[in-house]
Design a protein around this ligand. Structure first.
Ligand code: ATP
Length: 259
């Protein structure tokens, strides 16, 4: 049995008096692609912010490769590559300059960094634009720079938050293939998304959280068996059903437009 790369024990988080994570316990193994899903406001981003060291006031334990994040946050950050959905890219910089800056933060060897920047940008079809300012880039082109910046230091753990946002079909295929190749090499992938069809395909384990609690944990096949079939979107809907059904909500909208 491989040792867990990420261990989360009794994780709880409050914003003021509101509890948004309740007793999260989770072990993620090396090479696992974990799909972390849940409705809006369930607590996914809060979990990710804790894992990436952006939120430090929580109770419980988060251990990454044997290191307690509260004891050595810098060490943990060096082992993680975080690809957020949106980020402030320094728009006056070019991808080369921006990625060189990111590489320097990770104290990467300059020649290795340069080699990876060129290879990543070539793979993303951005070789020609490598020395153009990011301000002239489309949403998808920016997303590619963001993905490159998260992978540049070759982290053991890769946390992706809606990484396909804005990407064209070819780039989506590239990222999906990349995820499976990186996991085959032993990287741990923490994949947050609302795109259920993609999560269903790329994840070998799925965690569903609702109101800050884990309500399902298993492979897609396991969840399907437990919930009596369906695709992940249907399983999600049945496990996170609110007072108002999706059909009723649609009716409400249409009704509201009638007057
Ligand atoms: N800075 C904050 N201050 C107060 N409450 C917050 C803050 N950030 C998040 N919350 C609350 O914490 C809860 C969990 O939010 P979180 O952003 O983790 O959800 P999420 O699962 O990532 O949602 P989404 O799918 O909409 O991105 C929500 O109820 C949200 O209102």
């Amino acid at each position: 049995m491989p040792t867990p790369t990420i261990t989360i024990r009794n994780l709880e988080k409050y914003y003021d008096t509101k509890k948004v994570l309740n007793h999260i316990n989770l072990e993620v193994l090396s090479g696992q692609v974990l799909g972390y899903i849940g409705p809006n406001g369930a607590g996914k981003s809060t979990t990710v912010k804790i894992l990436t060291g952006l939120i430090t006031d929580f109770s419980g334990e988060v251990i990454v490769n044997g290191i307690n994040i509260q004891e050595d946050p810098l060490k943990v950050k060096s082992m993680i590559g975080y690809i957020p959905e949106v980020a402030e890219l320094y728009e006056v910089l070019t991808p080369r300059e921006y990625l060189e800056f990111v590489g320097s933060l990770y104290e990467m060897d300059a020649a290795l960094c340069q080699e990876r920047i060129e290879k990543f940008m070539t793979a993303f079809g951005l070789k020609e634009q490598i020395d153009n300012r990011i301000e002239s880039f489309s949403k998808g082109m920016r997303q590619k720079v963001l993905i490159a910046s998260g992978l540049l230091h070759n982290p053991d753990i890769i946390i992706l938050d809606e990484p396909l946002s804005g990407l064209d079909a070819n780039s989506v295929i590239l990222i999906k293939n990349l995820i499976s190749r990186l996991s085959a090499e032993g990287k741990t992938i923490f994949y947050c998304s609302h795109m259920m069809d993609v999560v269903e395909k790329v994840s070998d384990r799925i965690i569903l959280i609702n109101h800050g609690e884990i309500v399902a944990d298993g492979s897609f096949e396991e969840l399907k068996q437990k919930e009596g079939g369906g695709n992940l979107e249907q399983i999600f809907a049945s496990l996170t059903a609110s007072n108002i059904s999706n059909n009723e909500a649609t009716d409400e909208f249409i009704d509201a437009l009638k007057n």
